[in-house]
Design a protein around this ligand. Structure first.
Ligand code: CA
Length: 237
């Protein structure tokens, strides 16, 4: 049972297709969450304001307005994690939504295990404890990986791994947003203060290949940094 101060996590599910809505609600309820179903933008907005959910799962194609409009409204004042549920496989659309502040996306059709894993990740990383790693002097840990923000050093177990300043800055940025897909353009903007184009994406990919190698990822293995093809990178999960 997943609990939060003796209460269940509240998940607002915005989806106009009844089959998917029923399936996801049953799945969430069976796994200890309180599911709040909404079938339109209007209904979702009202339910969001009255329930203040811990997480929003948001379909884009809604009958009254595009789901991305709800994401914009939520992001005007809240950091509530939002997972986009989309039939669209378009990378450009995913990037746009991640840059608008979505935490993650799931492309339909999806499996139960995948959905639940994304939900757990989004809720875990929204807890205040995940914020501690961002403070100066804090440490980020993921499995054997330790990033010491104070000394700007990275360890795997006891062994220190040497990174260039740029590589370290990329790692620090990804680890400050664990489990969240960071788009190419957001990483490039943060690390190089440049807008993204073909050259800067290439530069990022070269740095990332070095980071993955230093972290001991074998080709084809997932490792600590996950490559979300054509979209960006994610630290962990
Ligand atoms: Ca839809």
């Amino acid at each position: 049972m997943i609990t939060k101060s003796n209460n269940k996590y509240k998940v607002l599910l915005v989806e106009d297709e009844e089959n998917i809505r029923t399936f996801v609600c049953a799945l969430l309820e069976a796994n200890g969450y309180q599911a709040i179903p909404a079938k339109s933008f209007g209904e979702a907005k009202l339910l969001y304001l009255s329930y203040i959910p811990d997480l929003v799962i948001l379909d884009l194609g809604l009958p009254d307005r595009d789901g991305s409009a709800l994401l914009s409204e939520i992001r005007e004042k809240d950091t509530t994690p939002v997972i986009i549920l989309s039939a669209r496989g378009d990378e450009g659309e995913k990037v746009r939504l991640l840059d608008m502040g979505a935490n993650d996306y799931i492309t339909k059709p999806f499996g139960s295990a995948e959905l639940l894993a994304r939900v757990r990740t989004a809720l875990r990383n929204s807890r205040p404890s995940a914020e501690e790693g961002k403070l100066p002097g804090g440490k980020f840990t993921l499995g054997e990986l330790v990033i010491d923000y104070d000394s700007r050093r990275v360890f795997i177990g006891e062994a220190e791994i040497k990174f260039t300043q740029t590589e370290y800055n990329i790692m620090a940025y990804l680890s400050a947003n664990p489990g969240k897909v960071m788009t190419y353009s957001s990483i490039i903007r943060t690390v190089w203060r440049e807008s993204s184009d073909e050259n800067s994406i290439k530069k990022l990919q070269v740095n990332m290949a070095n980071i993955r190698k230093k972290l001991g990822a074998k080709p084809g293995e997932v490792g600590y940094v996950v490559n979300e093809l054509g979209v960006g990178y994610r630290m962990g999960d």
